[in-house]
Write a protein that binds this ligand. Structure first.
Ligand code: NDP
Length: 254
């Protein structure tokens, strides 16, 4: 095995990716599989999950239909992964939603949906998979934060609150679990071309403002995250705990 394969390879690793049916979760699944991992693809849209499965180069991955906010769905997914694979080495805690509306009229329904999906579910998946990892001697958890873990954005009050929480959650879990050989880190993507940003990309004023603030001069494409996913899931990052890795075309540096 070459030096690079030893450091970054994920052969014989078993992963769960939530929100793997499209966008950044699909890119994570493809990246991990390309590095050799077998992946449990979690989401609600089974047809789209099948499309992701068809893209994976390493055989042995599978689909689980589950809502990440549902306790039964989470327990069923984790039990199935442990039954099939015997252990879980990697969790990509990616599933997320965004609801845009001014704060003065932001509905409780939108607030609860965004906080439940983006923050509470992220904690519960990390907690349950983290317990399994600790029992098995270690693992890698990668949460998906955002540049809105730092800035508050416009008309996304619940999303910014949740993603700020994801950054803090990452550090809190990292502190408790570092000695147990569980690396908890996060990726903070900038602005990426996915379904979640479609409305924003079609708003001429906001999309121009955003583009003007990206030193790289373009929005990210999901594949731009492949290296960060593999790095944070591999031995190459074994001494990293509680880090929030921005992959943002320089957005946060401006
Ligand atoms: P998409 O809307 O393209 O994909 C969202 C994914 O999350 C889908 O696979 C969807 O699966 C899944 N999902 C949402 N809610 C649930 C649920 N209740 N149960 C199960 N799965 C769910 O969004 P992105 O790929 O852009 O976003 C992925 C993550 O990246 C999110 O956490 C987002 O906040 C974050 N992010 C995105 C950025 C961007 O610019 N795109 C920037 C910063 C962060 P399904 O429909 O099958 O249930």
């Amino acid at each position: 095995m070459s030096f690079v394969e030893e450091l970054f390879g994920l052969k014989d690793k078993f992963a769960i990716v939530t929100g793997a049916s499209r966008g950044l979760g699909r890119a994570a699944a493809v990246a991990l599989s390309s590095a050799g991992a077998k992946v449990v693809l979690v989401g609600r849209d089974v047809e789209a999950l099948k499309e992701t499965l068809a893209l994976l180069p390493t055989p042995g991955s599978m689909i689980v239909e589950a809502d990440v906010t549902n306790d039964e769905g989470r327990a069923r997914t984790i039990a199935l992964a442990l039954k099939m694979f015997g252990r879980i080495d990697i969790l990509i805690n990616n599933a997320g939603i965004i609801r845009r509306s001014p704060a003065v009229s932001y509905s409780s329904e939108d607030w609860n949906a965004v906080i439940d999906t983006n923050l509470t579910a992220t904690f519960h998946w990390a907690q349950d998979v983290g317990n399994a990892m600790i029992r098995n001697g270690g693992g890698k958890i990668v949460n998906i934060a955002s540049v809105l873990s730092y800035g508050g954005g416009m008309n996304v009050v619940a999303y910014a609150a949740a993603k700020g929480g994801v950054a803090q959650l990452t550090k809190a879990l990292a502190n408790e679990w570092a000695k147990k050989n569980v690396n908890v880190n996060a990726i903070a993507p900038g602005y990426f071309v996915t379904n979640a940003t479609e409305a924003l990309r079609h708003d001429p004023d906001r999309s121009a403002q955003i583009l003007a603030r990206i030193p790289a001069g373009r929005w990210g494409s999901p594949e731009d995250l492949a290296g960060a996913f593999v790095f944070l899931c591999s031995d190459a990052s074994k001494y990293m705990h509680g880090h929030i890795l921005a992959v943002d075309g320089g957005y946060l540096s401006l």
